[in-house]
Design a protein around this ligand. Structure first.
Ligand SMILES: Cc1cc2nc3c(=O)[nH]c(=O)nc-3n(C[C@H](O)[C@H](O)[C@H](O)COP(=O)(O)O)c2cc1C
Length: 350
């Protein structure tokens, strides 16, 4: 695009449009990644909820369908030590729901399904050599990061404050994703857990641009070309858009999640830690209203999800969202139903 003032990200990633289809664990399909990259943007495959086998299959599919650059995304949290007391408290808080649905609150529950980046996932990066690798919740340890860098991948990661952006730049990232408070899904915060002081996109982007020497990718609340232009005016070199892609046919979302997205509304989402143990933005539902949306009772990330699994299994079958996360940013109402290809080009003003 001739009009973008800043082409650093285009050159860095080898892409035509400064539009990054955000990695969205659980919702992004290989088809979405392929379509975004083929449209000239950067498709991003999230690894956090995929086994190695699933990810291998997805990468085979993507590499066979497009020669364009892609991003592969991982969570870089450290799994917590088992904490039986915290789990017991959490299960006691959920026990009335178990009883209501005819379940035994003492039955064993599955463990959580969000895995951190490790040597096995790193092997996959070494095998498929994605052009870009992105991390959420900070960065993996120096050894793993060195292995990723040795593949030639450009490394990017989310920052929710200027301090996090500086930390990432000091640790050698090629670009910083400035993730504003409006964004859907998990906050990428890793230096501070204080949700009360998290920063909105319009304040965060220019402050990060001023603080670091690497290009900045704006994320959070951007869902149409106005948001893209605003991000560029603030000094961003590209945007990462998530929520708007949830309405594409390539997204994997439940029927009730899709309905909530279509209903839109600027004031329908909140930050909640109840589904995983870490704060994430999603549509309000029964569990969030009754126990949260933020509550100390939720055990450490990612272990909160296990005890919700039996509740979700029953209610989701009945088409109810009572115990299910429906991640969304604050700009769902700006999203229009269109294909991933159309959306990628529309965002770029084409
Ligand atoms: C459904 C959903 C799932 C997400 N999962 C991930 C993820 O797996 N990894 C990640 O780095 N970010 C994840 N995010 C955050 C997005 O990558 C992106 O930063 C965010 O969606 C941008 O804000 P927006 O939703 O307002 O466009 C997710 C967001 C959503 C809405």
């Amino acid at each position: 695009m001739a009009n973008w003032k800043d082409s650093r990200i285009l050159e860095l990633f080898g892409i035509e449009l400064p539009i990054i289809q955000a990695p969205m664990a659980g919702a992004t399909t290989p088809e979405m990644v392929i379509a975004a990259s083929e449209a000239g943007g950067l498709g991003s495959l999230p690894g956090a909820m995929l086994s190695i086998e699933q990810m291998t299959q997805a990468m085979d599919q993507i590499r066979a369908a497009t020669r364009n650059s892609i991003n592969v995304n991982f969570f870089s949290h450290v799994d917590p030590e088992p904490d039986a007391a915290a789990q017991m408290k959490w299960r006691a808080a959920l026990a009335p729901y178990y009883v209501e649905l005819g379940l035994n609150p003492a039955d064993p529950v599955p463990s959580s399904n969000r895995a951190p980046f490790d040597a096995t996932y790193c092997g996959l990066v070494e095998k498929y050599r994605p052009e870009v690798v992105s991390f959420h919740f900070g960065l993996p340890n120096a050894e793993l990061l060195g292995r990723v860098r040795a593949t030639g991948a450009k490394i990017i990661a989310s920052a929710t404050t200027v301090a996090e952006a500086r930390w990432l730049a000091d640790h050698g990232v090629d670009a910083v994703i400035a993730m504003g408070y409006e964004a859907g899904g998990h906050r990428g915060n890793f230096l501070s857990d204080d949700m009360g002081t998290q920063v909105g996109t319009i304040a965060l982007v220019p402050q990060i641009v001023d603080a670091v020497n690497v290009p900045v990718i704006a994320a959070g609340g951007i869902a149409d070309p106005r948001g893209v232009n605003a991000a560029f005016a603030l000094g961003a070199s590209a945007v990462q858009v998530g929520t708007a892609y949830l309405l594409t046919p390539e997204a994997k979302v439940s029927e009730f999640h899709r309905k909530a997205l279509l209903a839109g509304g600027d004031d329908k989402t909140a930050l909640t830690n109840l589904f995983t143990g870490r704060p994430a933005r999603g549509f309000m539902n029964r569990l969030m209203k009754e126990i949260g949306p933020l509550a100390d009772i939720a055990p450490a990330f990612p272990t909160a999800g296990g005890a919700l699994t039996p509740l979700r299994a029953i209610t989701e079958k009945a088409g109810r969202s009572d115990f299910s996360n429906m991640w969304s940013g604050q700009s769902a109402a700006l999203a229009r139903v269109m294909t991933t290809r159309e959306l990628t080009r529309y965002l770029a003003g084409l």
